[in-house]
Ligand binder design. Structure first.
Ligand SMILES: [Zn+2]
Ligand SMILES: [Zn+2]
Length: 234
């Protein structure tokens, strides 16, 4: 057994908040996906920009996959495509070679056959998934991912501004409607309906709360702090 497996599994359970079958599946899936390219998990500093992982579900296993591989949403190496399927695709950026790894439905049944004496199914799956052969857990297929230049880490195509709400749109995500550039939210491709701006919320900000009775800074000191804050973030 790869010695980093138990270590990554323990780390995944810590990051995720509990041990569960999804942690075992996610860590194994992450390690396997990278191993298909001859890479060790988690990705080291020199390899972190070589791979993008698309994860198709937001369940326990997705957290474990992130811990095991080291890919991150904020580094653009992790993409979430909500297909509701227990699968992930690993793309090697140097040649765009891509493998999609999905979970076999029979895995649960096999776990029951492998450890019939463990009556608790949760415990049984945690144990069985650690020792089962990869071919009994996963299916691997080669795929070609529709990868656009703006999806890549480090890509920063020109910004656009939404003709309706005025917000900045990055990464080429603006859409054209009747000759006007709109953000996806205003173009009817969003995930919410706007109900209106919220008033009187600034006193709820945990950083700059306007509550003079509680350890208030005197005015000049507060102004000095605010100017520092602005400078640090500019
Ligand atoms: Zn879980
Ligand atoms: Zn807009």
């Amino acid at each position: 057994m790869n010695t980093s497996f138990p270590r990554l599994l323990a780390q995944a359970a810590r990051d995720h908040g509990h041990m569960c079958p999804g942690q075992v599946i996610g860590v194994r899936l992450g390690m396997l996906g990278l191993a298909l390219f001859g890479l060790d998990a988690p990705l080291g500093h020199s390899d972190i920009k070589k791979v993008i992982v698309y994860v198709e579900i937001d369940r326990c296993a997705a957290d474990a996959l992130v811990t095991a591989t080291g890919v991150r949403l904020g580094r653009r190496s992790l993409k979430f495509v909500d297909q509701g399927m227990m699968a992930a695709t690993f793309v090697r950026l140097t040649d765009r070679k891509a493998y999609r790894v999905s979970i076999r439905d029979e895995a649960r049944e096999l776990a029951a056959r492998l450890l019939p004496d463990v009556l608790d199914s949760h415990l049984r799956e945690i144990r069985a998934y650690q020792v089962m052969e990869a071919k009994d857990l996963f299916r691997v297929e080669e795929v070609r991912v529709h990868l656009n230049p703006e999806d890549l880490p480090g890509a920063s195509p020109a910004k656009a501004w939404c003709g309706r709400c005025g917000e900045t749109i990055r990464h080429g995500r603006a859409v054209e409607r009747d000759g006007e550039l709109l953000c996806r939210n205003c173009a009817g491709l969003g995930y919410f309906d706007r109900l209106g701006p919220v008033r009187d919320w600034t006193h709820l900000d945990p950083i700059h709360q306007d509550r003079p009775q509680e350890g208030a800074l005197d005015r000049s000191e507060r102004e000095r702090e605010e100017s520092l804050h602005v400078r640090n973030h500019s």
